[in-house]
Design a binder for this molecule. Structure first.
Ligand SMILES: Cc1ncc(COP(=O)(O)O)c(C=O)c1O
Length: 476
């Protein structure tokens, strides 16, 4: 449930309760307690929390909607927009003006592209998963059919030859990192890319690990900057998250060599490795150092995080420790999602889906690049995955762009959210995801992004003027 914002009601006052609630929410927006993009509780939740009827909270929301402080979309909730007046250049989403209710489109990275998922194939896989007989005994390493399907998947899509017996099911990357952390010496230090994936940082800290942020440059993790006393190093070599470049071959060799010499495990997060759509990817890190690298894969980007399915290929010492803990605690990855993914793999539906997904994402990325470049800005990152990085001048510009986009009904993600403590804090930019919305929503949102990126302190960046992007510009 969404947090209920602070609202103090004076039941003796002559001001109607609905007006008091609307006032309190407006003030919370003004003083920063609520920020642009924050989701409000539902009218039902707010009514229950404040001990008033739903008619009262609905009236308050209607008032704020009419004033333009909040916007909503059926089924998606009500969101703070923070300002009534659109920014110069008309950053309200085209189409939203008709109803007076600006729509929020989420362009943060992370979500999968469900628009191209064939619902019949999805239903078939769930039916096939349900047809399998129930298991009498749990298998802590995971469903055998799933492990075989992952071994085949790694061969076909990642060029890795691995025996199915070495594949362990997990419930996803962050959960797998937490399991591995429990196998490390108590209170140890783990190096993590900075900027990097903060859920993994959270998972490690939760297990009592000291996280050491290590800088990233154009070649990926700066291996020389990893301190000697760490127990493990977490990285995203195929597609650095969130900057989007792959780790160079020289850095890969250096990382594996230091891991061997200094006794580290390397955690290779291959979260979207199947989604390269230009050239064949570099070989996996685990192929270079199977004795020191734990390879981590996930269905969260290629299918859905709600499946709760991931996998790992680990050196025997790590795998044995993870399995022993699963046996000892009875906590093991549930099989349902594993069976769904296995059914999709066996039927060929997964391979067909990946082909469609790569095509779709390549097309979307081209539109994103055209929109960003039309605003005179650069796009960084390899042609892969489902997000790009757009550098900005500094933290102030980043905050300004996020706020202006929110006023236009678009939720953007700043690099600041991906930075841990460390030497890179001066970097700023947008981490622009393009998988989550449908294609039409994406186009409308990109028109806002172009406009917002043009309106910075230095004035319009493009000599052609300020008109919104009217359609996808083709890229060679
Ligand atoms: C860098 C990175 N790794 C892994 C994942 C997937 O994590 P999980 O499998 O825990 O859903 C994501 C999803 O957003 C991610 O961005």
């Amino acid at each position: 449930m969404v947090d209920v914002p602070p609202v103090v009601l004076d039941r003796a006052s002559r001001t109607p309760l609905s007006a008091q609630i609307a006032d309190a929410l407006r003030s919370a927006t003004a003083d920063g307690t609520l920020r642009a993009g924050d989701r409000l509780p539902s009218t039902r939740e707010l009514a229950a929390a404040l001990g008033v009827s739903r008619t009262v909270t609905s009236a308050a929301f209607d008032q704020l909607l009419a004033e333009g402080w909040v916007g909503g979309r059926r089924g998606a909730g009500t969101f703070v927009l923070s300002a009534v007046t659109p920014a110069p250049g008309g950053t309200v989403l085209p189409g939203a003006r008709d109803t007076g209710v600006p729509q929020l489109v989420d362009l943060r990275a992370g979500a999968p592209c469900l628009e191209v998922l064939d619902r019949s194939a999805w239903r078939r896989a769930w039916r096939a998963a349900g047809d399998a007989a129930p298991d009498r005994t749990p298998e802590p390493a995971g469903d055998p059919a799933f492990r075989a399907a992952v071994a085949e998947h790694l061969l076909r899509h990642r060029g890795l030859v691995v025996d199915a017996g070495l594949v362990l099911a997990s419930t996803g990357t962050s959960a797998a990192v937490a399991e591995i952390a429990r196998a490390l010496p108590p209170g140890c230090r783990v190096a993590v890319e900075n900027p990097g994936y903060q859920r993994v940082v959270g998972a490690l800290r939760e297990e009592g690990v000291e996280v050491v942020p290590v800088p990233v440059d154009r070649d990926g993790l700066v291996v020389d900057a990893v301190p000697a006393d760490v127990s493990a190093v977490y990285c995203t070599p195929a597609h650095q998250y969130p900057l989007g470049r792959r780790m160079s071959a020289a850095r890969r060799s250096a990382l594996v060599a230091r891991a061997r010499a200094e006794g580290w495990w390397v955690l290779e997060d291959d979260y979207d490795g199947e989604l390269r759509y230009d050239v064949a990817p570099l070989p996996l890190l685990v192929a270079l150092g199977p004795d020191v690298v734990v390879h981590l894969g996930t269905a969260s980007k290629i299918l859905s995080p709600t499946l709760g399915v991931g996998w790992m290929v680990a050196p025997p010492a790590v795998a044995e420790s993870v399995l022993a803990r699963r046996l000892g605690t009875g906590v093991r990855p549930p099989r349902a999602g594993q069976r769904v993914m296995a059914a999709m793999a066996v039927s060929g539906d997964l391979a067909r889906h990946l082909r469609r997904l790569r095509r779709e994402l390549a097309g979307r990325r081209a539109e994103v690049c055209a929109a960003v470049e039309a605003a005179g800005r650069a796009v960084e990152g390899d042609p892969a995955g489902a997000h790009v990085f757009v550098p900005l001048e500094g933290a102030a510009e980043e905050a300004q762009v996020l706020a202006a986009a929110a006023q236009g009904g678009v939720t953007l993600d700043g690099l600041g959210r991906h930075l841990g403590a460390g030497p890179d804090e001066a970097r700023a930019g947008l981490v622009l995801g393009f998988a989550a919305p449908d294609r039409e929503e994406l186009r409308r949102a990109l028109a806002v992004v172009t406009t917002v990126l043009r309106h910075d302190d230095r004035g319009p960046a493009s000599p052609e003027g300020d008109g919104p992007v009217t359609g996808p510009a083709a890229r060679p």
